[in-house]
Design a protein around this ligand. Structure first.
Ligand SMILES: Cc1cc2nc3c(=O)[nH]c(=O)nc-3n(C[C@H](O)[C@H](O)[C@H](O)COP(=O)(O)OP(=O)(O)OC[C@H]3O[C@@H](n4cnc5c(N)ncnc54)[C@H](O)[C@@H]3O)c2cc1C
Length: 434
């Protein structure tokens, strides 16, 4: 069921226009689940002129199909951890949500720790789950075979597969494009799997679980990374151009890894490699980073609904040059569910992960000030978008209204006004371009 606001906004639109509106209003994150729900004969992810990979209606849709899409799309619905997974002993933090334990952790294998995005927590968990036969496969993302700056969904069944997918993909990544096909495959083969994806991907999968019981039966764990958003394709093109590289010459792009965070490394057609420091790529205060609209107003960059979330651990949200030179890589693990806690303990006992000191929500705010700020601003930004008659996701269990109440009225008014103006401008521009 959509909120009254969303229902009113979609009033009088055809099913195809309803899909288009989510994209035009900047709420599509490109997870691809709508293609899987509607089938690729009707909805297909396509790389548009903007460089984003977005869904396009290829044949007539009906309202029932669009209702299904609206119910699972993380652009229209985001919920916190399902009540059934909030076990006894779970603590609650207004910013960081449900948590049972938080601590430093890294892969016990030096090579994995070095290669992975941060300390290899997610890669080590995937290796443990496969090698100890706890699941049959991992659904996650690796570098895209055709678009070197993108990620794409992949199924890992062994160590080589998992290692190939380690690291962060900061480009469009449709991890759920084949979600229903994966469920069907697992069901038919009697297989179980674990999922690793962004918080939006986890939201989408949790949304799907409310519609399709196979998700909870077959997907044993949902693991995520704390996510500040991916790089908008136009921003990446500008940055690459400023390095004197022709975008279409890129054959491989590794955003980070091989160090913590490690350099961004671009390989071009002539075989040459261009390495850029993480600080030059992001800007010391994220100033070079251009985010998609959905990421700017994200109500859940912290993986509220996952069993476990993995994060970076630099004070202030970015590494110093000294840290870039010396950090061997260590994650902050935010363990939210009893089954996530059990998995972490088992992976530590089996020698896949090394646990460090305990952490608290205050430490997480220190490591992730951008996440705290975004969570606190989300409700005010949604109010602004509503004033501009722009799509906002229905939310539940994310505490964003409570956080809004804790802000000063000046802070909230500034966020609301800014979001309203940006949404108005974006909708006007889009209408003019049509
Ligand atoms: C879009 C994006 C935004 C991020 N923002 C933050 C942030 O705000 N704060 C922070 O601390 N860290 C952020 N990170 C970095 C990173 O996720 C963390 O450092 C995290 O701790 C994982 O480290 P790891 O060493 O365990 O990962 P690894 O062991 O290298 O494993 C990474 C796993 O994530 C999967 N994966 C990578 N990219 C994607 C993607 N785009 N979609 C779906 N699955 C993917 C891979 O398949 C792999 O299984 C972001 C990463 C991404 C992809």
């Amino acid at each position: 069921m959509s909120s009254k606001y969303l229902t009113a906004l979609q009033q009088g639109l055809s099913p195809e226009q309803r899909l288009e509106q989510i994209v035009q209003h900047g709420m599509c994150i490109g997870c691809g689940l709508c293609e899987s729900i509607a089938t690729s004969a009707k909805v297909q992810m396509q790389v548009l002129l903007s460089g984003f990979d977005y869904p396009v209606a290829k044949a007539a849709l009906d309202h029932a199909a669009m209702d299904k899409i609206t119910a699972v799309c993380p652009g229209t619905r985001v919920e916190g951890l399902p009540a059934a997974l909030v076990d006894d002993g779970t603590q609650q933090d207004d910013v960081w949500g449900a948590w049972r334990s938080m601590y430093y952790v890294h892969s016990a294998e030096p090579d994995v720790r070095h290669q992975a995005a941060t300390g290899g927590q997610l890669t080590a968990l995937a290796l443990y789950l496969l090698e100890e036969k706890r699941v049959d496969f991992i659904l996650h993302a690796k570098a895209h075979s055709e678009h070197p700056s993108f990620g794409e969904a992949t199924i890992s069944r062994n160590r080589a597969d998992v290692l190939q997918a380690s690291g962060s993909r900061y480009g469009p990544t449709a991890t759920l494009k084949n979600a229903l096909e994966v469920l069907q495959m697992a069901e038919q083969a009697g297989e179980r799997f674990a999922f690793i994806g962004t918080p939006c991907d986890v939201s989408a999968l949790r949304n799907l679980a409310r519609q399709d019981p196979r998700v909870d039966e077959l997907c044993q764990y949902m693991l995520t990374m704390v996510c500040g958003g991916f790089m908008a394709p136009a921003g990446l093109k500008t940055f690459v151009g400023s390095m004197g590289i022709i975008f279409s010459d890129i054959t491989n792009l590794r955003y980070r890894g091989y160090g913590c965070p490690g350099p961004t490394t671009i390989t071009t057609k002539d075989g040459s490699e261009h390495s850029i420091s993480y600080l030059d790529f992001w800007g010391e205060d994220d100033s070079k980073w251009q985010l998609p609209t959905r990421c700017k107003v994200c109500p859940d960059g912290i993986g509220d609904a996952a069993d476990i979330a993995a994060a970076d651990t630099w004070d202030g949200g970015a590494p110093t040059q000294h840290e870039i030179d010396t950090d061997l890589g260590r994650n902050a693990a935010v363990v939210r569910t009893a089954r996530g806690e059990q998995l972490m303990e088992q992976a530590i006992d089996a020698g896949y992960l090394v646990r460090g000191a305990a952490l608290t929500p205050a430490d997480m705010n220190r490591f992730q000030p951008h996440q705290e700020a975004k969570k606190r601003a989300a409700w005010a930004r949604f109010e602004g978008r509503k004033a501009a008659k722009a799509v906002v996701p229905d939310t539940k269990g994310l505490r964003i209204k409570r956080l809004w109440q804790q802000n000063s009225s000046e802070q909230n008014a500034a966020q609301t006004e800014g979001a309203k103006l940006r949404a108005q401008r974006a909708i006007e521009l889009d209408t003019k371009l049509k």
